[in-house]
Unconditional design. Sequence first.
Length: 146
Amino acid sequence: MRGKLLINRNCIDCEGGTAAGTEEGINEILAALKEGYSNQIAAYKLLSDAYASMATYVEKNDPTRSEAYWTKQTDVQRKLYALNPKDPEIAEAYAQTLKTDEQKIPVLRKAVEANPAQPELIFALGTSLMRLRKYDEGLPLSTKPS
């Protein structure tokens, strides 16, 4: 897929990477999705990374445009969660888009139930519980994973 190649070659940390190349990759991915590209999860993961890169590319000169890219990334994270809520990486990224721990906890609980061997999810759940002063439940979970 040409969009993937463009996004990977033009990441914010890539030597010779450009915002224009990333933007072109985004447009390619969006067009592929519109045409019914079958691996939606992979495409949306690419878009999430690309929107983060674009937000960083434009942040210094155009903070408003940067915020718009962060909003697009949040929308993509929500779409990914709707497509596959049991994926631990997707669930954790989606939970980070939520504003309050009250909103995050049910998402993280469901993700931990589906993926009990994922220390990052367990830690995120424990941390959210601790911030809500649910120490008895959160403390055993909030020990930093090694």
